[in-house]
Design a protein around this ligand. Structure first.
Ligand code: C2E
Ligand code: MG
Ligand code: MG
Length: 394
């Protein structure tokens, strides 16, 4: 068959010939398969398997996409539950703007959650920025309802739209997927490399997951690990697989990467930003008269050591069985910094002048230097594990 018609597609849908294959998403932190992207394939009665490019554009043109997505959702919910994609995976499904014309799809999802057949945390919807923008505010509201219910939302092909930053700020995205074109170019172009690194940092600061798509070579994966990317998807790990093969593939052993030098680097930047914000807060607030109400305002960085950008990452890293001595050594100076930070805020609120804060600020600098040195050691050890320790096993 060379081309498909609307009638072929209608019949294919009636006969449930469109199936899902699953492409693994791999964590560079835990070295495990932590999720998958569900990708549509048309299994024709003659045994051929058609890629989405052969029928998704047709389905979008004819409006059949809505039925197709509902059918795929039902299949995915079945696979997630009875067919044994277990609790810890997050599986994503591609959706289009048309799926949100009317509220059938949203109601189907909310119904599945209400009936206990879908755990919202196990599903993520992928939509491209271009699709999202073409749909206007109604789709944004529906997606907000779904993310409020705990379903993830990924911006697909990030970097190919024309105003990604604007869209990121206004939509409830929980993940960005770096476009495979950008990943393919990043090692040959310093501009693309910078864009990839900055996009990973942006995702980190926004508190969203960053998945690199189309990772085909180990050198690309190493670059991404070094840049602080934690999730990769691409032919290097695996091409999309039928459900049974995916389930078997999940449990293969993989090379251990050790700690991620990229995450250590992120922690370094997080800490430098935290310290700067604390010093800026103290200097600005202490310049106000001692009874000025402005002294009671926030403006300081996160005070709780478990909740700062560094702490959120560190609590897990330190609790992991692979935590090294260098990793554990970060705990004391990090706790000291937060103790000093809380002390500074308390003194500012009680009306202390800048010269009275000077000893605490100087102690803050000392402890900060100690932490920076340890983090640099930690990052260097990660780079050794990535490049030196791993060469033997490749
Ligand atoms: P996408 O969502 O960006 O999906 C990623 C595509 O890249 C997939 O192609 C995948 O097989 C391919 N890919 C994965 N790793 C690599 C790699 O390392 N190198 C290269 N060169 N390619 C890689 P696929 O399955 O042909 O899907 C193409 C597009 O079709 C998808 O792009 C998505 O936009 C659309 N699509 C797929 N399934 C569905 C679906 O169920 N619903 C809707 N609405 N669209 C779908
Ligand atoms: Mg996708
Ligand atoms: Mg994509």
């Amino acid at each position: 068959m060379t081309s498909t018609t609307e009638a072929d597609l209608a019949e294919g849908l009636r006969n449930r010939e469109i199936v899902l294959h699953y492409q693994p998403k791999f964590s560079l932190v835990t070295n495990e398969i932590v999720g998958a992207e569900a990708l549509a394939r048309w299994r024709r009665p003659d045994g051929t398997l058609l890629p989405p490019s052969a029928f998704i554009p047709l389905a979008e043109r004819t409006g059949a996409i809505k039925d197709l997505t509902l059918q795929l959702l039902a299949g995915l919910v079945g696979d997630l539950g009875s067919a044994g994609l277990d609790e810890h995976l997050v599986v994503s499904l591609n959706v289009t703007a048309q799926d949100f014309e009317g509220d059938m799809f949203t109601r189907a999802l909310l119904g599945a959650i209400a009936h206990g057949v879908l755990r919202p945390g196990s599903l993520e919807l992928e939509i491209t920025e271009t699709q999202a923008l073409s749909a206007g505010t109604r789709i944004r509201e529906q997606l907000r309802v779904l993310t409020d219910a705990g379903i993830g939302l990924a911006m697909d092909d990030y970097g190919t739209g024309y105003s990604s930053i604007d869209t990121l700020s206004q939509w409830s995205f929980t993940t960005i997927k770096l476009d495979q074109g950008m990943i393919g170019r990043m090692l040959g172009s310093s501009k693309d490399a910078t864009i990839v690194r900055s996009s990973i940092r942006l995702g980190h600061e926004l508190g969203v997951n960053v998945v690199a798509e189309g990772v085909e070579a180990m050198v690309q994966q190493d670059f991404l690990a070094e840049a602080g990317c934690t999730l990769v998807q691409g032919y290097l790990v695996s091409s999309p697989l039928p459900l049974d093969e995916f389930k078997r593939f999940r449990h293969h052993d993989r090379r251990s990467l050790g700690m991620s030098p990229g995450l250590a680097h992120m922690a370094l930047i997080d800490h430098v930003q935290w310290r700067r914000q604390m010093v800026r807060y103290a200097i600005r607030a202490a310049s106000l008269p001692s009874s000025d109400p402005g002294r009671q305002l926030d403006g300081h960085p996160v005070l709780c050591e478990r909740d700062c950008a560094f702490g959120r990452w560190y609590v897990d890293a330190n609790a992991s069985p692979g935590a090294t001595g260098t990793c554990r050594a970060l705990a004391a100076p990090h706790a000291d910094l937060h103790r000093l930070g809380k002390g500074l805020v308390h003194r500012v609120r009680s009306g202390a002048a800048l010269h009275e804060l000077a000893p605490m600020l100087s102690e803050l600098k000392q402890v900060s230097n100690e932490l920076v040195c340890l983090l640099e050691d930690f990052e260097d050890a990660g780079l050794c594990a990535l490049y030196d320790g791993a060469t033997a096993s490749r």
